[in-house]
Design a protein around this ligand. Structure first.
Ligand code: DGL
Length: 264
């Protein structure tokens, strides 16, 4: 019997597309629903209490509406704050996104790594814990950038970053004491891999890592042996609030196979 239940990806905006893309490449037959909480965007400048209340409630509604076989919280901010609350509240397998500090530490030669996320993510005890467990012999510098999140949303909406804008945001990390020694930067916000070309151009010689490919492998592992629709299904893009800004993102979603746009 074909199973039509989708994999549901959740983010505050378009950032989770950097996680959806490698998953769709591994599982081309998987029906996909991509949800951008445009009414709550951005998450990175919100408080822990707001995120911890908002995300499980919203995912509960989404699980009822779309009956997903698995949910990917394709957002570091939501995952580092609310993953446990969501898992406790829902009877659906949940895959979270956490900063790729372990692979970064494995790659670093200088033993100085950067963690570039939202302001909310970089202050989480979850990040302290990852740094202590996997990078205890590294200097781990952190920087939260709401500016890069806006630049990524605008870029997907058709407005590329102004020259120097990405370098300006990176200076908050590389300009810290020891920052000149950073050789690996963790993209600890799913929006940032959408600016990979600009980030690499702004920091020559620095390598960037993110959790997208690892999450894709995890999703493939968790859904191994499950059945899929016999013919490909149209991917859905869902906004919690439609506006001119979200309408401008529709062509970008279509490039990721999400051609049916809906509001929650
Ligand atoms: N892309 C999200 C993350 O991974 C958050 C961006 C935001 O809404 O501030 O943290």
């Amino acid at each position: 019997m074909p199973d039509h239940r989708p994999i549901l990806f959740f983010n505050s905006g378009v950032g989770g597309l950097s996680v959806l893309a490698p998953t769709a490449a591994l599982l081309p037959q998987a029906p996909l629903v991509y949800v951008a909480d445009s009414a709550g965007f951005p998450y990175g400048t919100r408080s822990e209490a707001e995120i911890a209340a908002r995300v499980p409630a919203l995912l509960g509604r989404l699980a009822e509406r779309y009956d997903p076989r698995l949910i990917v919280i394709a957002c570091n901010t939501a995952s580092t704050i609310a993953l446990q609350h969501v898992r406790a509240a829902l009877d659906v397998p949940i895959v979270g996104t956490v900063p790729a500090i372990k692979p970064a530490a494995e790659m670093s030669r200088t033993r100085v790594i950067g963690v570039l996320g939202t302001e909310a993510t970089v202050r989480q005890p979850y990040v302290d814990d990852l740094a202590a467990r996997f990078a205890s012999d590294c200097v781990v510098l952190r920087h939260g950038s709401a500016g890069l999140v806006s630049l990524a949303e605008a870029a997907l909406g058709g407005t590329p970053p102004a020259p120097g804008a990405v370098a300006h945001e990176l200076a908050g990390l590389r300009g810290q004491p020891d920052g000149h020694g950073i050789d690996v930067i963790v993209n600890a916000c799913t929006h940032f891999p959408l600016l990979t070309a600009e980030l690499c151009a702004a920091a020559p010689g620095v390598r960037f890592v993110d959790g997208g490919p690892g999450i894709a492998r995890r999703v493939a592992h968790l859904t191994q042996g499950q059945s899929w629709p016999e013919s490909p299904m149209v991917g859905k893009g869902v906004f919690t609030q439609r506006s001119a800004r979200t309408d401008a993102l529709a062509p970008a979603l279509a490039r990721f196979g999400l051609t049916e746009i809906k509001s929650l």
